[in-house]
Design a binder for this molecule. Structure first.
Ligand code: ADA
Length: 559
């Protein structure tokens, strides 16, 4: 499954995932064998490969009607080489962003698609490094094959802007021309019965068209009422319809007013969870049902938001958040990289690609209210600051409509808070730091106000939490017991939620997650055990505490 709704009526799209492919490992004791596997999947879910780090080769025969072939990959973990009928046609780095491969003029008939996925760590990979989460291997998200006309729609970005009587939808439509000569093109976009017509242009290789639509009778998107609309864009060449793209949008407004984040003019209180794409059965390749299960548990816990720590998520997740009214903090891929790791020669390019691919693909999701970058990286050094500066500027250029932030762990030493609109901290009082949560938070907040460039900006706690091994209960309430976690979370949540200066809180984390064995640190089970549920989504004692506290606070601050 690629999306939860149909994105084309004219363009011929065939899903190649949601079916069996052949898999074999390039090396190791099982490399001589071929296995039938479903795609999407991670090879850690195949019984012979539960801990394989290497290259995996997937093949899939498919029929193609002939013409320009576009292959769309929602995610391959973490480095991909794509071959068609044995010839290399594309490559991509990063598990968590979509990419495409276009092969012009492919003959009609049967073809063989081969995907070589590689999840090894090396200097070539600056972002997938041994870390406090697992870098899985495999085709972890959906795959589709499309027939492209010579003139086609690459993307349609739609920005809702509140107008005096309703809303304006600002449109940016990107066309691509594969023919090598200018072609007469026009587009029509229809939203809720209103139509924008571009008029005819001679489209070159890359053509951007802009326009806007006034909509006085649409209902806004909110957490309580997540109203969605389809935007149908049709491309005409010489007056004939040749291509289309259906997007889904919501009319909502995000603004910053002093220390508040406003959603549709109301000061929103974030009550959220950090969530990894991780599951004992599926690895990072969660099917729709498992994603929606997580979201329904998150809702049951009284939360209204998810932070996609620490990478862009599958569009299926975002589609579900759009549909159910959950707010999303989406971030680029990076966790806890030191200055030395940020100096990896591939780091800047790989981050820039990740940001570009994330925003291009996810621009229209109303649930995304903020972009985050570089979780817990070197925001306390001048070199680090230059990277934060570049990445935040790149986001601003791609999307001026959403605020930006980064989750810092640099206690009273961060030098980057002048750059984003929202100041965010990950804090672990009563876990890593032996200090009462309220005291710790107040001290940090005062430092931000008096000694950083973040004074007066909205202030979010993007992580707080404590570890507990599921089932370990003891009246001594020692660390790693469920009792200790429940008590620590109660103190941490109370400190943040009762503090009028904090715009909200994300708990670390929703569920226990697997971490890479190369980075076991001091984590029992080689897992990050700070979940409010364990990896099988079984409730720990903290569950009811979290639910009570989240439900005790509304979605908005009183004005
Ligand atoms: C960090 C980090 C998380 C996780 C957490 C923890 O703040 O951002 O990925 O590692 O700490 O469990 O310590």
């Amino acid at each position: 499954m690629i999306r939860t709704f149909q994105t084309h009526r004219i363009r011929k799209q065939t899903e190649l995932s949601s079916s069996l492919w052949s898999f074999r490992a390039a090396e190791g004791p099982f490399s001589g064998r071929t296995y039938p596997v479903t795609v999407p999947s991670c090879w850690e879910s195949y019984p012979d490969f539960t801990d394989y780090r290497g290259v995996g080769i997937y093949t899939k025969p498919f029929d193609f009607p002939g013409g320009n072939l576009r292959l769309e990959f929602q995610g391959v973990s973490h480095t991909a080489e794509i071959l068609l009928d044995g010839a290399p046609v594309g490559a991509h780095y990063n598990a968590y962003t979509p990419f495409e491969v276009i092969v012009p003029q492919v003959a009609a008939g049967s073809h063989l698609l081969e995907v070589r996925a590689d999840n090894r760590f090396s200097e070539a990979s600056a972002l997938h490094v041994p870390n406090d989460y697992q870098s899985y291997g495999g085709i972890s998200r959906g795959v589709a094959a499309e027939v492209l006309p010579d003139l086609w729609i690459r993307y349609v970005h739609i920005t809702p802007v509140r107008a005096e009587n309703g809303w304006t939808a600002n449109l940016e439509i990107a066309l691509e021309n594969l023919s090598g000569r200018p072609l007469p093109a026009s587009v029509r976009t229809e939203i809720n019965g209103r139509t924008f017509d571009s008029g005819t242009v001679m489209a070159g290789e890359h053509q951007i068209l802009k326009g806007s639509l006034l909509l006085d009778d649409v209902r806004e998107w909110s957490m309580e009422e997540p109203n969605l609309y389809v935007a149908v864009t049709t491309l005409f060449c010489d007056g004939q319809p040749v291509d289309d793209l259906i997007e889904r949008i919501g009319f909502r407004e995000i603004r910053i007013r002093q220390k508040r984040i406003l959603l549709n003019g109301r000061p929103v209180r974030i009550k959220g969870f950090c969530r990894h794409e991780d599951h004992p059965q599926f690895g990072c390749a969660l099917p729709l049902e498992a994603i929606q299960y997580d979201l329904s548990v998150i809702r049951h816990l009284g939360a209204n938001s998810v932070r996609t720590s620490h990478y862009p998520n599958d569009q299926l997740f975002l589609d579900l958040c759009d549909e159910t009214g959950l707010l999303v903090w989406e971030e680029n891929h990076a966790r806890g990289l030191s200055e030395e790791q940020m100096r990896n020669p591939n780091f800047q390019r790989q981050c820039a690609d990740c940001i570009q691919e994330m925003i291009a693909a996810h621009y229209n999701h109303p649930s995304i209210y903020i972009w985050g970058i570089l979780n817990e990286c070197a925001s306390d050094s001048e070199y680090g600051k230059s990277c934060y500066e570049k990445q935040l500027a790149q986001i601003r250029a791609l999307d001026p409509s959403r605020p930006r932030s980064f989750a810092s762990c640099k206690f009273k030493t961060d030098i980057c808070f002048g750059l984003p609109e929202v100041v965010s901290y990950n804090i672990y009082p009563e876990w890593y730091v032996d200090q009462p949560a309220g005291e710790y938070l107040e001290d940090l907040y005062q430092w931000v106000q008096t000694s950083s460039e973040g004074a007066g900006k909205p202030f979010l706690i993007t992580e707080t939490g404590a570890g507990a091994i599921y089932g370990y209960r003891t009246p001594t309430k020692v660390k790693w017991s469920e009792e200790y976690q429940a008590e620590a979370l109660e103190h941490q949540m109370h400190a943040v939620l009762s503090n009028d200066n904090c715009s909200g809180i994300y708990l670390w984390q929703f569920a226990d997650t697997r971490i890479s064995r190369e980075w076991f640190s001091f984590r029992p089970r080689t897992m990050n055990n700070k979940g409010v549920v364990d990896e099988y989504r079984r409730r720990k004692l903290a569950y009811d505490v979290v639910k009570r506290l989240f439900e005790g606070y509304g979605n908005y601050f009183e004005e």
